[in-house]
Write a protein that binds this ligand. Structure first.
Ligand SMILES: Cc1cc2nc3c(=O)[nH]c(=O)nc-3n(C[C@H](O)[C@H](O)[C@H](O)COP(=O)(O)O)c2cc1C
Length: 242
């Protein structure tokens, strides 16, 4: 398990081989056994098998290769619809508009997704998350006929890898692990050292080589507002920040 986790790398191109339904069900059952806050299971997955819908997802998310070559296309959603429905059946009309509920659903769907990813990789498949789904959340919600309370978070493409795995360097452990209190001083050295490691990786990897450092990428990542429409979108779906 640990070896599989430590050699993970996102796979963006797959061989033209479907993931068999029984195998996919096993993978998703493994996903469902992830921890879940209070047992709420605030997630759903849409398995997209319709070719036309896959094409539209590829286009709307701007990640065509993953969607067009995957053996299985999944859209992972936060889901408070089923929970609200359960409360209704129990005789109560509830809302889920607290920021806390958004955190519950975000965490739940991430754990569900990551269990699915790890289970798929344990069987030799490659996977890629597609946050690009949030490039067009309204259109994708319509395409998949998602009810209120359900919001698409990311795609997860699964398939037999058709490209080399190249493990992307992570920070050394001392950058992410603190003892007793949070130590800010160490980043004076750890960030430049990681920039060097990432520069080497970016310049020597097989595809999409670049000379930017990690710090420069992060400055660009936060330097302009990303998907600022998400707040309105989530509020329309019934999620809120109260
Ligand atoms: C929530 C999430 C969204 C992501 N969205 C995309 C995406 O839209 N397209 C893509 O090619 N990779 C996407 N990725 C993959 C990341 O780019 C990748 O995990 C990261 O660069 C680390 O590389 P590695 O997974 O190969 O170790 C996403 C990953 C996560 C966790």
């Amino acid at each position: 398990m640990i070896e599989s986790l430590m050699t993970h790398s996102s796979i963006r191109r797959y061989k033209n081989e479907p993931v068999q339904p029984d195998v996919l069900h096993t993978i998703i059952r493994a996903g469902q056994h992830a921890s879940t806050a209070n047992g709420v299971q605030a997630y759903s997955v849409i398995h997209v098998t319709d070719e036309e819908k896959k094409k539209q997802l590829a286009e709307l998310s701007k990640n065509p290769t993953q969607f067009n070559t995957a053996g299985a296309v999944l859209i992972l959603c936060m889901d408070f619809y089923r929970i609200k429905e359960a409360a209704r059946q129990a005789g109560k009309d509830v809302s889920f508009d607290l920021a806390e509920n958004l955190l519950v659903a975000t965490t739940d769907v991430a754990l569900f997704a990551q269990n699915i990813a790890v289970a798929a990789e344990s069987l030799g498949f490659g996977i890629c998350y597609i946050g690009g789904v949030r490039n067009a959340p309204e259109e994708i919600s319509e395409l998949l006929e998602l009810p209120e309370g359900v919001a698409p978070m990311y795609g997860l493409t699964i398939g037999v890898p058709d490209e080399e795995r190249e493990v992307k360097p992570r920070f050394p452990i001392e950058a992410v692990m603190h003892e007793n209190t949070y130590h800010t001083k160490k980043y004076d050295e750890l960030i430049p050292a990681y920039d060097e490691a990432m520069k080497d990786y970016y310049q020597t990897r097989g595809e999409n080589q670049k000379s930017q450092t990690w710090s420069q990428s992060m400055a660009a990542f936060l330097g302009e507002p990303r998907r600022p429409y998400m707040k309105d979108f989530l509020q329309k779906r019934g999620f809120d920040f109260k």
